[in-house]
Design a protein around this ligand. Sequence first.
Ligand SMILES: [Zn+2]
Length: 107
Amino acid sequence: MKNNKSCPECNSNLEKVYVSIQGAKNKALSYQCPKCDYFGFEQDSSKKIIKELQDTALKMRQKIVKLSQDRLGMYINKDVARSLNLKGGEEISVSLPDKNHILIEIG
Ligand SMILES: [Zn+2]
């Protein structure tokens, strides 16, 4: 892997940051831009994490619901809320490691 990867938004050198993902033993390698808000996961690393989570995690099927003004939503059911200790009002970070996954990080 090359050491210097540049930001697709502003061309600055990206910093490599290992992030821990809830439920995964491996840390995911991410690239973060010190200048703008760009954040991306290194592909092999995110694939490994997704595989690991698929093997171990609680999995359920849900529908995306339509909200007003082209926005979409997803309910967090009570089992998920309980296992993550969510009460409502928490801040979450949403990232998209690839085109089939949404990663939601609490806090
Ligand atoms: Zn940037």
